[in-house]
Design a protein around this ligand. Sequence first.
Ligand code: DHB
Ligand code: FE
Length: 291
Amino acid sequence: MSQHARITASVYTSHVPAIGVAMDQGRTRDPYWQPLFAGYGPSRRWMDAHRPDAIVLVYNDHANAFSLDMIPTFALGTADRYEPADEGWGPRAVPTVHGHGELAAHLAQSVIQQDFDLTLINRMTVDHGLTVPLSLMFGEQPAGATGWPVPVIPLAVNVVQYPVPSGRRCLQLGQAIRRAVESFDTPLRVQVWGTGGMSHQLQGPRAGLINREWDNAWMDRLVADPRGLAEMPHLDYVREAGSEGIELVMWLIARGAMADLDGGRAPRVAHRFYHVPASNTAVGHLILENP
Ligand code: DHB
Ligand code: FE
């Protein structure tokens, strides 16, 4: 048994805010939402059986904690706690997100020494980009819960204001996170989550754009050809998956943290799900286990 931390799995999911509203208002069995939540049933059972000791949750803030005043490309949360953000209609009634200070400090040290110039965050709130994936994977939390079941280290990526990082850089960051986790001398099981996407465009003449074929081909390649997929230019995302489809580059960070990008074996697909519609977006979801 290794005395070091290791990455056991990666989880990928869209983060549509209306999913959080549906859960918070008890509408998950409505005909509109039922098929979507059915797709996350296996995910919750899988999570019960594969609960990690910490999650590195790659997501984007939507001008809630950050603004155009300051635009960090990659920002790692090193705080002990993060409260849900008020996105305009009051904060979601979900638990405080607890960090993992020791692992976060180690990731900061190791990843920065691997030449990624991370921004470090000691105080922020977290918006739907982070809380909706937690809700999807862990389900409704009991009233009065003081925290989520697992500590979370937020990794916020700028995919809102151009220039945004390339897919290649995201994949490389995932590889650096893998090396960082594996050099932490406590035997923690760590998952890396990549969130956002799939195809959606929230504004302009193409608002409402959905591209099922492209989304599914993109997920195929994420599993089978991550290095090739990481070379895809931003323009392809925006043309094919809409302006907000660019959120998908964040999935490449989680994918880069898997064993096969480090000479190991290919991951096992534990679950895959795709559904339209959910608000204005296509919802994609994958769970990959390291062998
Ligand atoms: C919607 C989707 C998003 O990813 C987001 O960040 C905001 C809104 C939507 O479908 O409405
Ligand atoms: Fe978003």
